[in-house]
Design a protein around this ligand. Sequence first.
Ligand code: ARG
Length: 401
Amino acid sequence: MAKRVVLAYSGGLDTSVAVHWLGSELGLEVVAVAVDVGQGDDFEALRERALGAGAVEAVVIDARAEMARDFVAPAIAANALYEGKYPLVSALSRPVIVRHLVAEARRHGAEAVAHGCTAKGNDQVRFELGTRALAPDLEILAPARSWGFTRAEAIDYADRNGIPVEATKEKLYSIDENLWGRAIECGVLEDPWAPAPEDAFSLTKPGDTEPREVVLSFEGGVPVGIDGRSLALEDLVRELNGLVGSYGWGRVDMVENRRVGIKSRETYECPAALALVLAHRDLEDLTLERDLAHYKAVLEIRWAELVYDGMWFSPLKEAIDAFILASQRHVTGDVRLSLSRGSCTVAGRRSPAGLYDHGLATYGSEDSFEHADAAGFVKLLGLGIETWASRQGGIGAGGIA
Ligand code: ARG
């Protein structure tokens, strides 16, 4: 019996060609696995296409709730923005897909898994490190890295072999989409100076919407409601993408450092992701004690790098997760966002666990702050600097003169 491989199948050109190629070139039985992470594809058509390309079986898995619960929620808790900008759209979906790829490999008695990633991207790293963490015994095949087809050659290969594909030789962009947003690459976007054309976007089209406010509620760092309505996280994210996106807000245009050493111009649209991180971070400003907040900000940078780099399943990531989880205990409350064309800003926040103390903060009459304590505090705080300065012969005065 032929050996089996489980292929992460997207329905696009490369993975469709891969189904055929793994069968004809390597003599493998291919089980195609399509994972629904909220990309909004027609999965029945996708299944047909995989079978049409020669897969012995095509499996569709609905992982939307899992993606929200296990991947998006931790990313919100971590205020995750790679290089301060990118909410890890693609990086978060790959470990979800890997989980199912490995599970299906076990279920179908496969010895190998395969992906359709090319050699220049991050996604190959995420697929392979994820697989090796979960199932080190499985072989990993990356046909698109070895066949060396250009896009036009891949289309010719599909035509010659009767593989059903929807691709055309003139493709405007390479798009990866899921619940958390949409990544748009290639084509005219490869010139970092050229502005992204309007037709690259679909989630962030400004409509004729009146300015409005929206209240996001969080419990223990997890978004749980919009305007007082409780929602499952995947529904909340979907609704917020529609709402915030309709104000034309939520785009990112950046030059990004890929893990493989390439600088790449990337455009994203992720209205819900950016709005949720904005709101969550603001609620933390109200609920996290200062030292914890400042230290968490340092770990957040590392968390985003690890996830970007394909280290979702890794000991450092696991340990930082424990820290972040502990930090979220009191991140409960509401954030009021103000939406208008091209803009989404925080207009207010409240929390039953808030550390804002009006009596301490006010300049009004209900002041509970001990003013007399400040003089000694400031004196001692500056004592070291004062001693140091006196030994330099008065650097302050010298500097001004
Ligand atoms: N540059 C982004 C990342 O590495 C987006 C990748 C999009 N992936 C794709 N196959 N088009 O996470």
